[in-house]
Ligand binder design. Sequence first.
Ligand code: 0RA
Length: 643
Amino acid sequence: MTGKSKGSASYGASDITVLEGLEPVRVRPGMYIGSTGPAGLHHLIWEVVDNAVDEAMAGYCTRIDVTLLPNGSCRVVDDGRGIPTDEHPQYPGKSAAEIVLTVLHAGGKFGGSGYKVSGGLHGVGVSVVNALSSSLTLEIDRDGNHHQLDFRDGGKPQGGLKVTGPAPGGRTGTTVTFVPDPTIFDEVEFRAQTVTERLQIMAFLNRGLEIRFTDQRAGRATKEVFKYSGGIVDYVRHLNNTKESLFRKVGYYEQSEEGQEVEVAFQWNTGYYESIHSFANGIATIEGGMHEEGFRKAITNVINRYARKRNLLKEKEENLKGEDIREGLTAIVSVRLADPQFEGQTKGKLGNVSIRSLVERATNEKLADWLEENPREGGQIVAKAIQASRSRMAAQHARDLTRRKNALDGAGLPGKLVDCSSRDPRECELFIVEGNSAGGSAKDARDPRTQAILPIRGKILNVEKARSDKILKNTEIQALIAAIGAGVEADFDVSKVRYDKIILLADADVDGSHIRTLLLTFFFRQMTELVNNGHVYVAQPPLFSTLVGKEKVYLRDDLAKARFLEEHPDHRNEFQRLKGLGEMDYDELRETTMDPTKRALLQITVEQAALADEVCSILMGDDVPQRRHFIQTNAKDVRFLDI
Ligand code: 0RA
C-alpha cells in the first residue's frame, strides 16, 4: 500500500496500489510468517525444510541437511527430485524454478502434481522465504545437470536459471541458501537450539528420514544427526526415557482412508502426568483439536470395555474416568490430511471434524486389538487406572474433610499455630517458619495482634511427586491448609483466606532454600489463586552482620554490603555471613525481618510464579515437566493465516 491518508473519509481508490509479485510479503511479513521476531525468523528455515519434507513424504527424498553458515546464512540441502527446471507453461521464457521462488503459492501446486498432503507451514511456499531474504541462491540437481539462480533484495532474480555444470555424481535434489533480510527482522541470528529441537521432532514424525544439522558459525562447530527407524515409537521412547515405564513395549497403530491418515504411539509410565502430543502434517497442535478429541474419547471407551470384558472392573462398579486412564500416559497422535484447518489463539488447534471420527475409529479398533494381543500390559494399564481412580476419590474425601473442619470456625486450627488476636484478615499475616527454634524466636518477635506463626518441622512433602490423597494426608500440609482456612485444590476459595500475607521465613542456606521451594511448589500447585492474588511473600532475613563499635549492624544482601563498604572501607574483614535465623535473637529478628515498618518482603508475583512453575517442575518433578517447558517455548511460535 502506498500513500497515506489521515482520516478514513479521505481514503479512496487512489490510495490503493495493487501490490505485485512478492511485494505484499515484504509489506506485511507478519501475515505470512507470524512475526518479524525470532519466531518469524525461524519460520524461514521451517518453510524450506517443510518443502524438503514434502518431497520425503512423497517418497523421493531420504536426507535433509541444514547448515548455519559463518556469514549468517542458512543452507538447506535435500536429495529429492529437484524443483522442475523446464519452462513454465504459463510463464513463457521463465523456468518453473524461478516461478516457484517468485510467485506466491506456486510451490508444490505447480503443474497439478501437487502433493496430497502438504506439510509446508500452511503452504505459504518457499517464495515467502525469498521475499524476506536479502540474498538467496537456488541450486538444483536434475537431469544430470547442476543449475543455479541467484536472487537479491527480497527475491529479485539475477538473470535466469543457468546450467553451471554436471550434477555431482548424477544426484538429484534442491539446495536453498538464504540470508534473512536485516531490514525486515528484529534480529537475524538463528538460535541453534530452536533449530535442532524442531528438526528432531520432524525426524521423529517422518520415520526413516535423515535430518542433519551443522552449525558452522564462529565458535560453535556443532553437528547432529536425527534419524529414527521407529518414527513416533522412538519419540515415545525418547519422552519416557528418563522415567520408569509401566511396561517395556511401546504400542503403535495407524489407519488411513480417503486421503487422511493417523498414526499413534503410546506407552504408560508410573508417574501422575498425562503427556499427549498431537501433530497435524508435522505441525505441533499445542491446543489439541479434533484428532486429540477423538483419541481421548476412544481410549476411555476402549479401556473401560476391556476392563469389563476381563472382569477387572465389576458390573456394579462405575466406569473409569478418562483422566484416570490417562494418568502416566505418554502418547503421540500424528495425523496427515489434505486441508488442515488450524484454529484457536495460536493457530494450534486442529479444526477438521472428519479427522475426529478417523482417529476415534482407528483407536476403537486397533487399540482394542493391541490389548487383546498384550494382556499383561492391558492388565497393568487397567490396574494403574483403578489406582488413580481410588486416589482421586480419596483426595475428594480428604478435601471434603478439611472443608468440614474449616466450617467449624477455628475448631480445626492446628495445635502448633500461634494465632494472632485480630480477626480482620486484611491486617493479618501468617509467618511460616522453618524449624522449632526459629519458630520460638519468631513467636517472641511478632506483633501478637496481627502476626501469626506456624512452625513447620523438617522437609514438607514434594507435591510434584505425590498424588492428591497422599498430599492431603501429610500432617504439615494439613496444618498449612487449616491455618490458611480457605480449602485446597479445586475447593480453594481465595475469599476465605484468613491472612492477607502468607510469609515464608526460612534460613538463607541450602536447606532453607529447599524448604522455600517445596512450600512455593505447594502453593503454586494446590492454592494457585493464593499466588495469583499476591498473598504469598518471602521474608528476607539479612545475609550479613558486622560490628560498628559495639553495635551490631545487619545487611540484607550483597548490594547492601557493597554500599556499607563504600561508607566504611576499613570494615572489609570483620563481616559475618548469617546462616540461620537462630543466630539472631528475637529483637534482632523483629528489627531486620518481621517489623512491617523496617523489613523488606519479596512478593511472589504471577510472572515469577510462571517462572517458578518451570523451575519447580524441573527441579521437583521427573522429566515430563521439562517437556512441558519445551512445549511452552514452542507454543510461542504463533502461526499465521494463509491468506
Ligand atoms: C514443485 C514440483 C515438484 C517438486 C518441487 C516443487 C520441490 C520443491 C522443493 C523445495 C525444496 N525442495 C524441493 N524439492 C522439490 C515436483 C517435481 C517433479 O514432478 O519431478
